[in-house]
Every structure is written in C-alpha cells, then in structure tokens.
Design a protein around this ligand. Sequence first.
Ligand code: ATP
Ligand code: MG
Length: 537
Amino acid sequence: MKTFAEFGLEPKVLQAITELGFEESTPIQDKSIPIAMSGSDMIGQAQTGTGKTAAFGIPLINKIPTSEERIVALIMTPTRELAIQVADEIGKLTKYKGLRSLPIYGGQEIGRQIRALKKKPQIIIGTPGRLLDHINRKTIKLEDVQTVVLDEADEMLDMGFMEDIQSILKQVPDERQTLLFSATMPANIQKLAQQFLKNPEHVSVIPKQVTAPLIEQNYIEVHERQKFEALSRLLDMESPELAIIFGRTKRRVDELSEGLQKRGYSADGLHGDLSQNQRDNVMRKFRDGSIDVLVATDVAARGLDVSGVTHVINFDLPQDPESYVHRIGRTGRAGKEGSAYSFVTPRETDHLHFIEKVTRQRINKKPLPSLAEAIEGKQRLTAERVLEIVQNDEFTEYKGIAIQLLEQYDSVHLMAAALKLLTGEKKDVNVELTPEEPLRAKKRKPDIRSNGRRYSGGSFGGGNRGGQGGSGGGGGYRGRDDKRSSGGSRGGYESRNRDNNGGSGSRGRSGEGRSSNSSSNSEPRRPKYSSEDFVNN
Ligand SMILES: Nc1ncnc2c1ncn2[C@@H]1O[C@H](COP(=O)(O)OP(=O)(O)OP(=O)(O)O)[C@@H](O)[C@H]1O
Ligand SMILES: [Mg+2]
C-alpha cells in the first residue's frame, strides 16, 4: 500500500485526493495508477468496493492539461446511475485542477446535454446508447480522444452493448490509451480487448475469495408467503443505517416499496421502468438519507457506491452467483463492514448452495427473526435515539415538564411510556405480494454454463473454499482482493432491467407488460432487449 504522494501526481490532484479522505491507495490503485500513468493499455479486475473508479480516474485527471478544450477522455458505464456517480467522483478528483467533466446518459433531455457540451468538457462519462446518439448527431466528436475507459465492461456486453461499443471505439483515434475494467473475463471481453487494446497489461488483484471480506453473509429460509413479514422483522431487528433490498422483478420492487411504505418504513423503489427523473430522485433521496431503504432490481447491483449502506437484503435470490457478488458488494465498501441477508425458499436451497460453491464462500444460516427480536431491535433503536439527544444536550426545553412529571409518577413508568410513544408501533398493515417463481438450481454442470463461460476455480482465483471471513490475503483495505469471475449466461429475468441506452430515446418503453416477469422458464435466458426491460435512453 502506498501513499498517493508516491505516484508523482500533480499537487492539485493530490490535494483533491487528500480532501476525499483517501490516505493510502488500495491494491488495485497501487497497480493500476503507475501503469495508466505510463501510457499503456490495461485490463483491471478487483473486488467490489475497492476503488476502481479512482484507479482509472486519478491517472486520467493527472494527464489532461487544464488548457485543453477538446473532448480528450471518454468513460463508458453500463447504467445511467453509474455514469452520474462516476462523473461525480471525477468531479471531486478534479476539484482543484479544474477540468470539466460531463455525464451523458439516456433519459435526460438531450437539449440540456447539448448545451452542456458547448462548455467544452474534456471528460465525458456516458452510457453507450446515448453516446452513440450524440455521435450520430455530431454533438460529440471523438477525434481528439486520447484515453478511453470501459467500466464494468462485462456488464455492458451482457446488456447487449457490444455493437454500440465497437462503433464508438471505431470513432476514437488508434493513438490512444484504453483502460478496461471488468468483473469477469469471458470470451467476448477477450475479443473486445483483442480488437481494441494494444498489448494491455493485465492487473488482477488475486482473490482469496470472490466476495469482499468485510461482508457478513447470511441466509434465512422462508416460504414465499412469509417473505414480507420476515423482511419487516429483519429491518426492525437490524435497524440498518441504509439498506438496499433486491427484488427479482420490477413488479416485485413496486409492490415491496409500496408495502414497506404502508408499514411506515422510509423506502422507495428503483427500476428501469421509472422515468429518469424518478430514478434520479430516488437515488438522491437515498444518498442524502431522506429514505433509508432502497428497493431495487439488478439495475442497482453494479458499481453503485453509497456510503452508509450497512445492509443488503436479497428478498429474492439473484439469478446467478455473479449477480450475488455484485449485489452484496453494495455494502462492505472502502474498508467498512456490512451485512448481507438472502431469503431462500425451500425449493431454492440448491440454488443457494450453487452460489456458495461458485463464490467459495459459506453463507450462514440464520433463523427467521422472531417477533420479540424485532420489537427489541426497534426499542433499542429508540433508546439509541434518546441517548443521542441526551448526549447532545438537546432537551433543555423539556426539562420543566420532565421535573413536574417525575414529581407525580414513577420514573421507570414514565420513561417506558415515552419510549413506547417514540418507538411508534409499525402499522400492522397487511401486505400481499404477487408470488414469484422460485429459482431452481439449473441443470448444468457445476462449473460450465451453457455459453461455455466458466465458473471454475481458475477464473475465481485461489482457494479458501468455504472460508468464512477470509483472512484478508492481498487485500484492499485489509484483505480486499480480487473478485469474482466469469459469470454465465445472465439470468433472463426481466428484472435485470439495467438500462438499455437505446439511442435517441425513442426505443424502449413500449410493451412494458409484466407478463414476462414471471419467467417460469427454468433456464431463463437473458432477453436480448425486450424493450420492456429498459427505459428509453
Ligand atoms: N484509496 C482509498 N481510500 C479510501 N477510500 C477510497 C479509496 N479509493 C476509493 N475509495 C472509496 O471507496 C468507495 C468504493 O470505490 P469504487 O466505487 O470506485 O469501488 P469499485 O471498486 O468500483 O466497486 P464496484 O466493483 O462495486 O464498482 C468509494 O466511496 C470511494 O470514494
Ligand atoms: Mg466501480
């Protein structure tokens, strides 16, 4: 681990890094920054939450002269939320140097983007569909681009962006540096790398375990019908600071977030059928803490970095182990601890074991939280809130009445009554959800998926089979190391509605029927863009 001063960065870049509170570089940053600074092409792989954004962002910002007035750097991300987030981090890193960066993504009014482009940003962060749209309109020209970054490249290909990415990269001069970050290295990524990267250096922070080590992983066996109750109790028992709950389909997400709201939780939903405005709003509320439960489809599984996420709950098991790794990786980031809970219906236990096998990680069985535990959790939370007020001395105006009451009544009785009032009984509203089909362990060989991509140990790196917690080999902030490996044919559940970035904004949207959500198909294939999956971009 190095301090950032050792990389020979410009003082202004260093100053921004310090302001972000980064003291030491993470392993992926350690390896990537010097390579990226040398000008070589690079392929990078590392665990969730280990700072890959800064790993490419820092050298990128360091290299661009402030006087530059052309678009010289292009970063591509699979989802809109990620484009916004990466642009945000790039913005922070360039605070003192003062470069201009701009996110370009579907769903946002194109005129607004065109106006922003007139301010001559040097760095564009975009989703492929909308980027292509601008290229076709000639509102973005890539002829001066010197650096290209592909973030979450495997995900972009899984979303069907291969052709878009190819057409974009063909517009960029050959004399350029290309940095590719990908969780997995399936054949199509290798093909893309062969086609567009020049003698890339491969940087992989070797995994002891696929998942980030600071995430405590648990599962709870529940029947489909018990799931909502189990969720309420779990939330009460654990009182997460911020939680992300993953549901399998958009309908599921809608029903869940509504149900949670009815019960009095501060929750909202995120999926690809919402307008971009709604999506932005939900993300903003979640980031600033005005909601503390985000219910989402896999659109939120990749790359999203919200500090304070203490819990990830898989209300429905994810389709494949790779998705599991990304989902739970929304917590336990940047050296912090996190908890993951997965609900598993009895028929899904094989699927859970498959996930354990592929991720080489034991997932602990936990009992369904009892009502008593849930109540206790809520009471504890109230007590903590009360103590906080006491500690911060924020009660003076209540002192008079407190003294009066204490003269007449027993202090324990008073305190208990006040706590009861504060705890606020969660409304016992009945919430009915449309049942989802259980996932079944697929009829496949344990390590090779239908498309030939491997789940085998080789691609996941070293052993530590079943090891709990990991002793932290090689890792990032203590023991983060590399990650996951090849995914497989991604689940076809329509719930994977990460965005398509369909061109001019006229695609998508139609046929938003729910019917295909049910996916009774036991070997679901990832749909090649059934429009319902995506909002137009
Ligand atoms: N050197 C560092 N020291 C402390 N925090 C850091 C450092 N580098 C990055 N971070 C913070 O760690 C968090 C995770 O970073 P980032 O989102 O880049 O992870 P990632 O590796 O891209 O994860 P994912 O695989 O989920 O996309 C961010 O909040 C980031 O600001
Ligand atoms: Mg990332």
